[in-house]
Design a protein around this ligand. Structure first.
Ligand SMILES: Cc1cc2nc3c(=O)[nH]c(=O)nc-3n(C[C@H](O)[C@H](O)[C@H](O)COP(=O)(O)O)c2cc1C
Length: 340
């Protein structure tokens, strides 16, 4: 199977919610939440592609060649590449049930683990989402990061215990789901996570804790003070707020504010190895990719996910070679040019 065949099959089976566009940029699915789009005008999704496309790569091919190393250390282990699967839930109400939630959960977590990487997994209005996440992660020997909705302190603490019992790599909370339209629609009691509760949760677990949905230097500093291992700079794919900047555009400010106190991950519209490179040059340690993995899974199952990882990794290696970067630490701000 080739990646092109994966896309062709996905196009035949995924409609109408996901049109499998040549570039997944949020234009065709504007306003479709539930669905796969961004909220309202869809601007917080479409801005991601516009921003990433505006960044230029600085070619430098005059150097002593050496092996290219794309690996990185995170969560006290080594990963072969700096991109992971973002949490994605709701195969029925967001996609059109081509995959069941259980099939997607098992397939996504195991495919990423088999590639040496990992999946962040979803939570949702029904317990089924989190139950499946935990079962899939446990079945893979703990490889995976359950991402818990910002329920109140007690439910969060109980779900963190379950993540620990499953031997999960880390645990995350998508703090930006505090007003998620899908949660509101289903009357789910999500809320804003206060820094003091966050600190209490961090202190109460042995797992590295990440806050997903951080967009300002101020919020990042509050997460660092609460003891977070890391943050995901994200607007939930533009699904929870309109007119936000592209998450990756906030990286330089956030990195300058927190320095090396926390790991910084980012997502939103990252669609190629070039984009991964640009995000690292802007200050990220690693990135998450979301929607394209569902397309890969619908078009090719676990094989589709593996092919997608290979595609992104190949593109990243090509850019590293053409910009004189032997390892990820060489991907510095001078390797890109921001247009005005
Ligand atoms: C259909 C769909 C479901 C999602 N479900 C979750 C979720 O359960 N938890 C979460 O933290 N993020 C969720 N997200 C947000 C993604 O994790 C990610 O932040 C976002 O899609 C940006 O990445 P992308 O542009 O590469 O898709 C979801 C996004 C989509 C499109």
């Amino acid at each position: 199977m080739t990646y092109r065949e994966v896309i062709e099959k996905a196009r035949a089976v995924m409609g109408p919610n996901c049109r499998v566009c040549p570039v997944c940029d949020g234009r065709a699915c504007r306003g479709e939440v539930p669905g796969v789009g961004g909220l309202g005008s869809g601007s917080s999704f479409t801005v991601c592609r516009a921003y990433l496309d505006s960044i230029k790569l600085m070619m430098d091919v005059v150097y002593e060649p050496s092996e290219i190393d794309t690996s990185l250390e995170l969560f006290s282990r080594r990963f072969p590449f700096p991109f992971f699967m973002a949490p994605l839930g709701g195969m029925n109400f967001n996609y059109n049930d081509y995959l069941t939630e259980a099939e997607w959960s098992r397939m996504s977590v195991s495919a990423m683990a088999e590639c040496g990487s990992l999946a962040f997994t979803p939570d949702g209005a029904k317990d089924e989402f989190f139950d499946l996440s935990i079962a899939s992660i446990r079945a893979c020997g703990g490889v995976g990061i359950p991402t818990i909705k910002p329920w109140g302190r007690e439910v969060l603490a109980e779900r963190i215990r379950r993540a620990e019992a499953a031997g999960a790599t880390a645990v995350a909370c998508d703090v930006d789901s505090c007003n998620h339209p899908n949660m509101r629609m289903q009357h789910v009691p999500v809320r804003v996570l206060s820094p003091s509760v966050m600190a209490e949760l961090v202190r109460g677990t042995s797992l590295p804790f990440l806050a997903k949905g951080v967009m300002t230097a101020g919020a990042a500093l509050r997460c660092a003070d609460a003891g977070c291992y890391g943050i995901v700079v994200s607007t939930h794919g533009g699904r929870v707020i309109e007119d936000a900047p592209a998450p990756c555009s906030m990286l330089p400010e956030i990195r300058a504010a927190v320095g090396e106190r926390m790991k910084i991950l980012v997502d939103g519209g990252i669609r190629s190895g070039k984009d991964v490179f640009k995000c690292l040059a802007l200050g990220a340690d690693a990135v998450l990719i979301g929607r394209p993995y569902v397309v890969a899974a619908c078009g090719g199952g676990k094989e589709g996910i593996r092919l997608y990882n290979e595609k992104i990794l190949g593109e990243l290696r090509d850019v590293m070679l053409m910009t004189g970067c032997a390892s990820l630490k060489d991907i510095t701000p001078d390797k890109i040019r921001l247009s005005n």
